[in-house]
Every structure is written in C-alpha cells, then in structure tokens.
Ligand binder design. Structure first.
Ligand code: KIV
Length: 267
C-alpha cells in the first residue's frame, strides 16, 4: 500500500482484479487525509464548482481555478495519483488548446494525469494529449458539462441507441490511448458490459458494482454537502452535524466566557 500509485500500476490493478478507489479532493488538508487513508486516486474534480464555489453546475469553473486547487492537492499527497479535471471549454474548442491546457496541469500544478468528458468526439484530442506523454482519463455517460443537452442530471444509456453510443465512446477512449474511463450515471448492466470489453480500468459513479473502481465526491460521502443527495451516493459519515455541534459549542463557550481557558492563554 505504501508504493506510489502510477498510471501503469492502475492498469495492472485491473488485470489483477483489484478494485481501484478514487475520491475527489480540492485542497491540501483533505488531500493529506485521503492520501493517508490509502485512496488510490485523488481527482481534483470540476465538481468543486458546486461543492466549493456554490454554483448550480460545473460550467462556470475556469482553468485558473482548477490549477489553484490542483496545486493545493498535489502538496498534500504522497502516494495517490493526482488527476486534474479539465473544465468546460478548456479542451472542446481545439485539440491544440486541449494540449496546452492539459500541459498546464502537469507543468504548473504537478498533476500526473488529466480527465476530460466525451468519447468519440474527443478521440483525436485524447490521442494528441496522450501522444505528447500526458495520461488521460476519459469520462462518458452522464457527463455533467452536458447537463443542458441532457435536460438535467438524468441517467444515460437506458435506450438501445444511447447504450451503443456510450459503449462506442468508452472504446474510443481506449483506442485513443486513455488509461481509464469514468462511467457516470448509467445502468449497472451497461457498465458491466463496458468493463468486460475494455482492457483499461473503468471507474464508476452511479454505474453499479461491476466497474473496476469507484469514485465519489468527498463532500457527498462525508455528509458535508446536502443541497441534494443522488441515489448513488452512500454517506459514510454525517460530518455536517459533527461540525455544527462543534461550532455551536464554540459559540456558547465564547458567549459564556468559558473559552479561552487558562490553558489556551499566555503568561
Ligand atoms: O467533477 C467530478 O468530481 C467528477 C467525478 C464525479 C467523476 O467528474
């Protein structure tokens, strides 16, 4: 467990049928805790647009903001692989722009890989980035940057044509040289089929138990973000309640002049 997680190692984990764990991280303190606990991948997700910045979706997140958060996460990790999420419009406009922005994540922030949404339409772009030595994780199914095209966060791949398109997307990422694919918001059976067809690992979120790994947004799984809780989220803790309790104790102790005590004061 102490060994540094690398891109080739993740592919070998699939071959050995070892499940891969991935959680989002957006700052130094969380990165240290997640890394210390032994998670394999720290994803600096553009989900920070919702859970950190308070936006309704991920579309307003910029490259500079992602670089800022990625730098903080990189400083906090020793073992996990840090993957930076390419925000809206940082990779869709042209392969050249995508290469430059992917390069910024590696050069300016110290990320070891980038993630981008899209399959077949992004095949050329992924191949260019990978061809220049930068590992790419794909992301297909319910891709949040396309929320307006989907008309909301709706499960994708229930109809035959959608199902086939998502399978083609996943295969296109593997063909382009991607090292892993996030499968988001698709039926468990489809995720199982894709996982069986690919030689690179699939990382599921709302995609059932048969993916090669699982990812969750850290604020969701710790119960820190409760604006909405999707069905696929398991809350492993209720930290909002714990925090509220601590903060209320602080407020009442200050008001009642119980804090600071002598042990917190200087002579
Ligand atoms: O932005 C993000 O956190 C993600 C994961 C949910 C896969 O893309």
């Amino acid at each position: 467990m102490a060994e540094k997680v690398t891109v080739p190692e993740l592919v070998k984990m699939k071959q050995r049928k070892e499940k891969i764990t991935c959680l989002t991280a957006y700052d130094y303190s969380f990165a240290r805790i997640l890394d210390g606990a032994g998670v394999d991948i720290l994803l600096v997700g553009d989900s920070l647009g919702c859970v950190i910045q308070g936006h309704e979706n991920t579309l307003p997140v910029t490259m500079d903001e992602m670089i800022y958060h990625t730098r903080a996460v990189v400083r906090g990790r020793k073992r996990a692989l840090v993957v930076a999420d390419m925000p809206f419009l940082s990779f869709q406009v042209s392969p050249e722009r995508a290469v430059l922005n992917a390069g910024r994540f590696l050069q300016e922030a110290g990320a070891e890989a980038v993630k981008l949404e899209g399959g077949v339409v992004m095949q050329e772009t992924i191949a260019k980035i990978v061809g220049l030595g930068m590992p790419v994780m794909g992301h297909v199914g319910l891709t949040p940057q396309s929320v307006h095209r989907f008309g909301g966060y709706k499960i994708q791949g229930r109809e035959t044509d959608q199902r086939e398109a998502i399978l083609r997307d996943a295969l296109a990422i593997e063909e382009a040289g991607g090292f892993a694919v996030v499968l988001e918001g698709i039926p468990a059976e489809l995720a199982k089929e894709i996982t069986g067809q690919l030689t690179i690992p699939t990382i599921g979120i709302g995609a059932g138990a048969d993916c090669d790994g699982q990812v969750l947004v850290i604020h969701d799984m710790l119960g820190l973000f409760d604006d909405f809780t999707p069905k696929f989220v398991k809350r492993y803790a209720e930290l909002k309640g714990v925090m509220m309790g601590a903060i209320k104790s602080f407020i009442s102790e200050v008001r009642e002049q119980k804090f600071p005590g002598k042990e917190h004061s200087f002579k």
